[in-house]
Design a protein around this ligand. Sequence first.
Ligand SMILES: Nc1ncnc2c1ncn2[C@@H]1O[C@H](COP(=O)(O)OP(=O)(O)OP(=O)(O)O)[C@@H](O)[C@H]1O
Ligand SMILES: [Mg+2]
Length: 390
Amino acid sequence: MTIRVMIVDDVPETCANISKLLSFDEEIEVVGIANNGKEAIDLMEKARPDVLLMDINMPVMDGIEATEKISVAHPEASIIMTTVQGELDYIKKAMVAGARDYLVKPFTADQLISSIKKIHQLDRRKNRRKAPAALSSKPKSIAVYSPKGGIGTTTIAVNLAVMMHQLTGKRVALLDMDLQSSDIGVMLDLKLNKTISDIVQNIGYLDQDLMHDYMYKHSSGIDVLLAPPEPQYAELVKPEYIEKILKVLKQQYDFIVMDTPCSLDAFSIALLNQSDEVLMVLALELTTVRRVKKTLDLFKDLGVQGNIRYVLNRSSEEIGLNRREVEKHLGITIDNHISSNGRVTVNALNKGVPFVINTPTARISDEMKKLALNCAGTVQEKKKKSLFSF
Ligand SMILES: Nc1ncnc2c1ncn2[C@@H]1O[C@H](COP(=O)(O)OP(=O)(O)OP(=O)(O)O)[C@@H](O)[C@H]1O
Ligand SMILES: [Mg+2]
């Protein structure tokens, strides 16, 4: 996973130079630039840096005050001071405030990069020893599923995960489990780095530390596990690994939202079986309704009802079947709906920003909020027998 770096300096050319030096290293990504300590603090939640390069002398709020505040509020971030020779007296103060290292300007690319890597590695090791903060309630996994492709499953999974985090402030993981045709990387504009296919090669050693390395920190506050870059790697991810992956994730996250493929093969069945809740995405059109019926019949044949919640996507489309009749036909109640808004969804998709962030005041975002509130409810105990049996 790349090391996320924020540059804090009041001289724009310095920021640009440092940024350029860092751009040559593949393991480092500049996730934010701030021109004073206050800006850095304001940017922390969004940028989620692992390492900050902090100038000492800045207007509005200097680097020492900012270091003190950030070390308390974000102890997981490591701070390296950058300073000119004449300010060395201040270094001691900065170290007391929580800085981990310092570089005297002008520094070389080697000095800069080796300091970032060394401090990051040391602090990672230190943080690993700390027990993770206990989760406030029982963790819950939600598989967003539809037996019909192209219906909006990924759009709903992405926006649901972000909205659940926004509403509850809890830790949310989003998993791209559509391994053959993954879309989450594009929808969140994430650079494919390590993915689930790397995890499974180390499945025997998988623990919270290792999992942490594979989760991509997104600026919305959620963490994302991406699907493999090429479909052929999907085969490495066996159904029997899902249990272990979810078990480890549940030690770290309150909510685990999974995007799933529309197929019902052994992998999807294991996924649906092991999630606490299935959020089934429907549309008021015949092929979808027929497939949902078949899927529900299959659930029934296998003997058990899981916890299924239904969401109707593009509910405002004027054409289409009658909702009440569909509910009657399927023997279900649809409690949630998301209206049709191609402009908002496609615009968000093309920008790589979820629509609940891109257009928070749109009606569709409000509907997503209601859905997220419903989904954030407590876990219903599953019936004793499993939803599917092999
Ligand atoms: N409520 C909506 N209103 C209008 N357009 C929507 C809505 N929801 C999704 N879409 C659009 O439908 C298209 C398909 O959405 P998405 O990729 O989320 O579907 P999917 O079910 O995950 O598809 P796939 O089977 O390919 O994985 C996208 O262009 C998306 O922007
Ligand atoms: Mg999809």
